[in-house]
Ligand binder design. Sequence first.
Ligand code: C5P
Length: 333
Amino acid sequence: MQVNVRVPAKINLALAIGPLRPDGFHDLATLFHAVSLYDDITVSDDDADAPTPPASAARQVTVRVDGPYGTGVPADESNLAVRAVYALADAAGVRPRASLRIRKNIPVAAGLAGGSADAAGALLACAELWGLDWPVERLAEVAASLGSDVPFSLIGGTALGTGRGERLEPQSTGASLHWVLAVSEARLSTPAVYRRLDALRAQEGPQAAALWSQTAGAHGGAAPGSAGPVVDPRIVSAVLHGDASAVAPLLTNDMQAAAVDLQPTLQDTLRAGHEAGALGGIVSGSGPTCVFLAADESHARAVATTLAATGHCLAAEPVKGPVRPVLGEHHTS
Ligand code: C5P
């Protein structure tokens, strides 16, 4: 049998980050939003084209990666999707036997949770392939063991995330927003951006940090006097109403300064997006993708065309959100 799943990229419409925790993670508060750029994950339990693992191998998971951003993605057990198959098999007591194929349309190390999308796709597809019939909450526990963004990638849509990103409050909305993803040639490693954020905050010193905290509190960030990072409820409401002009000034990302510090050309990309007529723009998550908000679908196409022509990004993709993972056709062979 073969199962296909399409899993969307995510952007963070608000991302407030607290200090480094003793376990090496940061507490955060974010508004996750899944957008219509998908990786396609196919899982089958018999694949004549896949390399045959040795008959003695107890663990039999193979992976092939292709698509526009497939180059350089590991096709071995270091791939998060392969680790997801093993983690699910362990949790379910199933023999880990599957052939995975990943078509990568989501850029890698781009702040779009593409690796998390692949892992979530592998979980959804294998759960179907193995007839697990698990509630999503049970899959989400396995997802959280794989990475902070994987639980959100399982559900998509729009959701508030807290903890290290794994605690989710899904938000129901019928309204769509239209965005442009400005894909960068560069790649940024998430841990490296977090480290730079910590270093920049340490340089600022306690006085500046307190001021920063109050400024950020106006749009989210760490609310003055509060115990942790928060998302401004006004952006949640504006997103749920699909009110692009209200969302635009409330877009916020505590990681942006660190991402721009590591990749200064992002400043030019952000400026180019504004000059192209976007309502607002920020770095997506840990970057380097920049995301721009448009008034509607045709405005998004126009912004994308103008932005692409500036040469300040590798590609400009109009997308819409929120969207969800799509479990596709099953073929029994
Ligand atoms: O959870 P994930 O594997 O995606 O995290 C990768 C790295 O990013 C972590 O090892 C940590 O350095 C950093 N991180 C963090 N705080 C978070 C999420 C990730 O510091 N909330």
